[in-house]
Design a protein around this ligand. Structure first.
Ligand code: ADP
Ligand code: TMP
Ligand code: ASP
Length: 236
């Protein structure tokens, strides 16, 4: 499958048309951003590492019955995906307190969250991805009631599958963000699952292994992404 016109250049990935109108190519670039694009860098190998981790995780999720947009990994930096109409709502599950939850609610980082929290954010960099609820999504037409219910069910199912998978590999899945989209009236998990969009801590030491290393200038960002992949069994 060959790349056609560039459709969208995001902060970390580019989306291309293909010969098939129902398929896109998603290119994982080395560009890295945080704080809604305010902090930027290019990190050697990041695109490849995230593309490979994403393909591995999406295939596991598909095998567990979660509808995913990934068709196949094409090469080191590119994957073939279904064309989706993206729902501009980010679905976040947290198993441990970190990040904006600590800032918003004054919760201590690391506190176990039982049951895990489920939150929605509007995907809008200019507004800094504000916290929203179902009512906002319905009123402003970002998602229907049925879509919200399906997104929540799938996001929590992902938590069951991935929490177990990371735990077995000596890591804690602290939180993660998912994006969904629609094709022919059905919801699919879109975008990516990689250390860019989740928090992962070493189970024994609590060491951060995700994009917080970049956000907080902790160093060795890609070394830790590679370690995440290696522990999961991703060919890298
Ligand atoms: P951002 O838009 O936040 O800068 P990226 O750099 O990751 O993010 O760009 C990827 C873009 O592609 C995102 O806006 C995402 O919503 C969108 N996207 C992901 N999967 C699909 C898909 N299957 N079909 C259409 N768009 C998609
Ligand atoms: P937060 O603590 O900043 O709200 O983020 C929660 C999790 O979701 C964290 O793993 C980072 C991820 N996330 C993104 O990747 N992109 C986003 O735009 C948002 C809001 C969260
Ligand atoms: N994903 C957002 C960005 O790239 C937010 C973040 O990761 O901090 O800027």
């Amino acid at each position: 499958m060959k790349k056609g016109d560039l459709l969208y250049q995001g902060k970390a990935k580019s989306v291309y048309k293909t010969d098939d109108p129902s398929l896109y190519i998603m290119e994982f670039r080395n560009d890295t951003s945080a704080f809604d694009g305010a902090k930027k860098a290019s990190l050697d190998r990041k695109g490849e590492v995230n593309n490979r981790i994403n393909a591995y995780v999406m295939e596991k999720l598909a095998a567990e019955g979660i509808p995913v947009h990934l068709k196949s990994m094409l090469d080191a930096n590119n994957s073939l995906v279904m064309k989706l109409d993206m729902i501009p709502v980010e679905c976040v599950v947290r198993n441990r307190a970190a990040g904006s939850l600590c800032r918003r609610l004054g919760i201590k980082e690391g506190q176990a969250l039982v049951p895990p929290t489920y939150e929605l954010f509007l995907k809008n960099d200019e507004l800094h991805d504000p916290f929203i609820n179902d009512s906002h999504a319905l009123t402003f037409g970002w998602a229907t009631e049925a879509q919200l219910a399906e997104m929540k069910a799938q996001t929590l199912k992902v938590n069951t599958v991935l929490s177990r998978m990371f735990d077995a590999a000596g890591m804690t899945l602290v939180d993660y963000k998912l994006e969904f989209g629609v094709s022919e009236g059905r919801i699919y998990l879109g975008d990516e699952f990689s250390p860019d969009g989740c928090r992962i801590w070493d189970k024994a030491t609590g060491e951060k292994m995700d994009k917080d290393r970049f956000r907080q200038d902790l160093g060795n960002v890609i070394e830790f992404y590679l370690e995440v992949g290696k522990r999961l069994g991703v060919p890298l």
